[in-house]
Design a protein around this ligand. Structure first.
Ligand SMILES: *Cc1c(COP(=O)(O)O)cnc(C)c1O
Length: 460
């Protein structure tokens, strides 16, 4: 039986000569790889006894064609974010503005003056493209851009605190996600962590004692951007730390994580970069792809003396930003420089969207989906969005979603089908319905969602 099945397996060349494959425009290498994998799987299945009958040659060729198509499809691809989480780290955080994406495209396709000073014809600095803009937008003396904020924080500690003690509140020894835990980062950077205060209360005197005892020479504040301690708490404001630091000659560093450059009407309130500098921080680090609404990057702004030391640190070379990032970042900062355009940055306009506007959009989407997919019941429902990306924890964004009820089909099956659609549609399940939050939809996403629902409905 086993031997008979193995003998009956088509040979590679026979399978690849099937008209569906021989006539396919897909690259031969992908077809061959897919065919080999299918035949290998059948062979092991026969040996293990799990395959007791062979598919027809037509079926096998169709499977190989589908597998080869999958192999050729970009692995990193567009999805529809209908989760209502604006800066969703798993979905790539902030979508770029049109101008920012175009700038990255152009920088990628052409030669640029990345590290070339055109007036002098000599070698230039890659920081020059955004430093002036960052300074004028935040009030800083100097600025530096690296690959991401984790790198900016590490570089800051490595350049300014190596071999020295850094006082940090026990309430701010955060884990940002992955392996980014403040105590470990401190350790790897060569700085010595000097914990002060307690988890819920850290007073100015705790920092002062660390400085005066000689255990710490620098002060670090970390924005607890992905959690909040509530109840019996006390936190030392940055402005008080700055006064203490100045008196003691200790630099005051601030890992802000996510911050808008300046307060923006319509956004939930939180610390801003310009506010942190005005409060007296010597160096502020933050992400490019959180509330700034730009590409992944780590930005450090502050006093020239410290920023220059960071630029000269060998680690700066290890984490330098590339030309695509710098191009997209410059365009994003230009949008910040023009108040008319700031609100049009996609992440910021999603955050600032009004409830009434969202209600209308959710109703329109529910109506449209009801037409596309009679197998589900749709209704616009209030839904809470989130800032995400570890920004503004606890901030609730009142919004609206189109809720799909597939009963009697299970909602999990609907969720899975939409996730597996050509352009995966990602919503969230609540009370037996699939919620599609309209806050995070980008132009054209409604069409994609309607097509995905139509395909699902046709199979019911
Ligand atoms: C997000 C965040 C980081 C890490 O920033 P990345 O840009 O993701 O590297 C570091 N510190 C704080 C406080 C953050 O919120």
């Amino acid at each position: 039986m086993e031997a008979q099945l193995l003998r009956a397996l088509p040979k590679m060349d026979v399978l690849l000569a099937h008209p569906a494959l021989a006539g396919s425009p897909l690259p031969y290498a992908a077809l061959r790889q897919a065919a080999r994998e299918r035949l290998d799987a059948l062979r092991s299945g026969i040996r293990a006894g799990s395959v007791t009958a062979l598919p027809s040659l037509d079926t096998l060729a169709a499977q190989v064609l589908a597998d080869a198509g999958e192999l050729c499809r970009p692995h990193l691809r567009r999805v529809v974010n209908a989760t209502g989480v604006v800066l969703h780290t798993n979905l790539g955080r902030a979508p770029l503005a049109e101008e920012a994406a175009r700038a990255a495209y152009d920088a990628g396709r052409q030669y640029t003056n990345l590290e070339y000073d055109l007036p002098s014809g000599a070698r230039g600095s890659r920081h020059a493209h955004v430093e002036g803009l960052l300074c004028s937008l935040t009030g800083a003396e100097a600025a530096l851009v690296v690959n991401n904020n984790a790198a900016a924080v590490f570089l800051m500690l490595s350049a300014l605190a190596r071999g020295r003690g850094v006082a940090v509140s026990r309430g701010e020894l955060v884990e940002i996600g992955g392996a980014f835990r403040m105590p470990d980062i401190m350790d790897h950077s060569g700085a010595t962590l000097c914990e002060v205060g307690t988890t819920n209360k850290t007073r100015l005197g705790d920092y002062a004692a660390a400085l005066h005892s000689g255990r710490a020479q620098l002060l670090l504040k970390v924005h607890t951007s992905n959690y909040r301690i509530v109840g019996f708490t006390e936190d030392t404001p940055l402005s008080a730390l700055a006064v203490l630091g100045r008196e003691a000659g200790a630099p005051v560093l601030y890992d802000l994580g996510s911050g808008a450059l300046r307060p923006l009407p319509g956004l939930p309130e939180g610390p801003t970069v310009s506010g942190a500098l005005a409060a007296g921080a010597d160096v502020v680090c933050f992400s490019g792809d959180k509330l700034l609404g730009g590409p992944q990057a780590g930005l450090a702004v502050g006093r020239r003396e410290y920023i220059e030391r960071m630029k000269r640190d060998p680690f700066a070379r290890v984490v330098r930003a590339d030309k695509l990032t710098l191009a997209a970042l410059e365009a994003t900062l230009r949008a910040w420089a023009d108040p008319e355009r700031t609100r049009s940055l996609p992440a910021l306009s999603a955050l600032a969207a009004g409830e009434e506007d969202l209600r209308r959009r959710a109703q329109a989407l529910a109506g449209r989906l009801a037409q596309a997919c009679p197998a589900c019941a749709f209704e616009a429902v209030p839904a809470e969005g989130q800032v995400g990306g570890g920004s503004l924890p606890g901030a609730v964004l009142p919004g609206w979603a189109a809720a799909a009820d597939p009963a009697p089909a299970p909602v999990n099956a609907l969720e899975q089908a939409l996730r597996g659609w050509e352009v995966p549609v990602l919503g969230r399940i609540a009370h037996g319905r699939l919620l599609l939050d309209v806050r995070t939809l980008l132009p054209g996403d409604e069409n994609t969602i309607a097509a995905a629902f139509a395909a699902w409905g046709a199979g019911q």
